[in-house]
Design a protein around this ligand. Structure first.
Ligand code: FAD
Ligand code: MLT
Ligand code: ZN
Length: 476
């Protein structure tokens, strides 16, 4: 990391002194990751960042986490909280030799109330495991993302993950009813509420949602789950222009109303990469198109929902908005169509080096930015920009892929893409967070006074600055 230096304020791990003491705090050797797991703990999902930590701790209780944080704070040892390590901004891996504190061994479901739908669980529960627990109990998690098979609920909270269901269920700021958080002073902040409504003072849990491991380590989560929808359908629609993509979204809101549960889009190059790299995928439409819209409906009455869907497709055809749309016929087709959108990230990764941007922008500005960016990129083989994302949430993902990490590609994108986003009053991180990659970018979306208050809040919770240093807020 040429532009970042290891802070001299931090001690180096002394294997003779610190290791036995930390091992004891996590209940013995089972609480320490084996050396052959360090490659995993040091490397991010994209394979872009590689830390040099020699220690990953696997505490099994909130008390152990709190004790570790106090010890590290007292001994000026830097720490990286880590969940499933699927983060996309380098926030979950050490920059230098920080100690990894992983939630992997804290994976118990604590309680579930089938009447209220409130689930309480440890922070290390894997998202998909939680959904699989809930489905036979007629409930489902109120968020979903392509990383569901490995991301932890604590990591989802720490990044305020958006994903594929935000249009229906809103953000985690609404779904999370309570948190349990281990703090650097060795205390445990217990706000594990199951109340929908609670106006007693400042809502502290909200601070930890999206805090990216800089304020404390989340150890427990209380979440308001959703009733499992009885009838789920997906439409995949070919579109000739981005104007049509927008028309489909606004018509879908009007015509599908309360059953509309997701509205995503992807451009042709992003679909083509999925078809190329992800086994068992195919374009279900009769032809290729410049854009595709994925619409999901979730409701409680199959007949009613199908009627609405049919008349929506008819409307698209009659008004020449699209002439090529396909509706899922069963749950396996629902999954197959979702694969086309969910796998863009994995397909991009296989194609080469990826620059990822996740922006909130006015919908009309999303694709003009992709097009303008393309004109700036060096005309070299294998350099490609794609656009896809959560249309219904005003969140576009722009990815540039190139055969190698080249400076000319980088300089063609940045700072242009950030300045453009700022000019249109967008956000430079709609959902992935700032992490390490974008710690210097917050100023494009937040005013100086907000950033200085964030620094104050951070030092209130972490006076020694040991939690996820070099991340989220500008340093130096
Ligand atoms: P990690 O990657 O381990 O950590 C992420 C950040 O949270 C780090 O800063 C870490 O320090 C901190 N952290 C982790 N656990 C804790 C904890 N218990 N307490 C405090 N801090 C903690 N994101 C979206 O928003 N929407 C998407 O649609 C989406 N799709 C994705 C698809 C794929 C294929 C992949 C690989 C990623 C995707 N992401 C998406 C990125 C997203 O941020 C993560 O997948 C997820 O929320 C991170 O969870 P994790 O457990 O892997 O956290
Ligand atoms: C997505 O929406 O697919 C995820 O946020 C991952 C990505 O941006 O590639
Ligand atoms: Zn996304």
């Amino acid at each position: 990391h040429p532009h970042v230096h290891r802070s001299a304020a931090f001690a180096r791990l002394d294997p003779a002194v610190h290791l036995p003491e930390l091992t004891q705090l996590v209940g013995g050797p089972a609480g320490v990751a084996p050396q052959d797991a360090m490659d995993f703990h040091n490397t991010d999902w994209q394979g872009r960042y590689r830390g040099a930590s020699s220690l990953a701790l696997l505490p099994s209780t909130p008390q152990q986490v709190a004790a570790v944080l106090k010890y590290c704070s007292d001994h000026q040892l830097a720490v990286v909280p880590q969940g499933g390590n699927t983060g996309l901004v380098g926030g979950s891996v050490p920059v230098f030799d920080e100690i990894v504190v992983s939630t992997a061994r804290m994976n118990k479901i604590r309680s579930f109330n089938a009447v209220t739908g409130v689930l309480e669980c440890d922070a290390g529960c894997v998202l998909e495991t939680l959904d699989n627990y809930l489905l036979p109990r007629n409930h489902t998690m109120p968020w979903d993302l392509g990383a569901k098979g490995s991301c932890h609920i604590g990591g989802n909270v720490a990044t305020n993950a958006g994903g594929l269901r935000l249009l229906r269920y809103g953000s985690l700021h609404g779904s999370i009813l309570g948190l349990e958080v281990a703090l650097t002073d060795g205390s445990i902040l217990d706000t594990m509420s199951s109340l929908r409504k609670d106006n007693t003072g400042y809502d502290l849990k909200q601070l930890f949602i999206g805090s990216e491991g800089t304020l404390g380590v989340i150890t427990g989560v209380s979440v308001l789950t959703a009733a499992k929808p009885k009838s789920v359908h997906v439409l995949y629609i070919g579109c000739e222009s981005f104007a049509t993509v927008q028309t489909i979204f606004s018509e879908a809101k009007q015509r599908l109303g309360e059953i509309l549960s997701a509205c995503e889009f992807q451009d042709a190059p992003s679909l083509n990469l999925v078809l190329q790299y992800i086994p068992n995928t195919r374009n279900p439409l009769s032809a290729s198109h410049p854009f595709y819209v994925l619409i999901e409906t979730s409701g409680s009455n199959e007949t009613h929902d199908l009627e609405k869907l049919d008349s929506f497709v008819e409307f698209l055809y009659d008004n020449k908005i699209s002439s090529d749309a396909v509706a899922s016929q069963d749950i396996s087709q629902v999954k197959a169509i979702w694969q086309l959108r969910e796998n863009v990230a994995s397909a991009m990764k296989r194609q080469g080096e990826v620059w990822k941007y996740d922006l909130s922008l006015p919908i009309s500005q999303m694709y003009p930015l992709v097009e303008e960016l393309r004109t700036r990129l060096p005309r070299e083989p294998g350099v490609l920009a794609v656009g896809y994302g959560h249309l219904g949430d005003g969140n576009v993902h722009i990815n540039v892929v190139a055969p190698t990490r080249s400076e000319s590609v980088h300089n063609a994108i940045e700072p242009f893409i950030y300045e453009w986003t700022q000019k249109h009053r967008g956000s430079v991180s709609a959902e992935h967070g700032l992490g390490f990659t974008k710690a210097h970018c917050i100023g494009y979306s937040k005013p100086p006074r907000a950033i200085s208050l964030m620094h104050n809040i951070r030092s209130l919770f972490d006076p020694k600055g040991i939690l996820n240093p070099y991340k989220v807020l500008p340093h130096d």
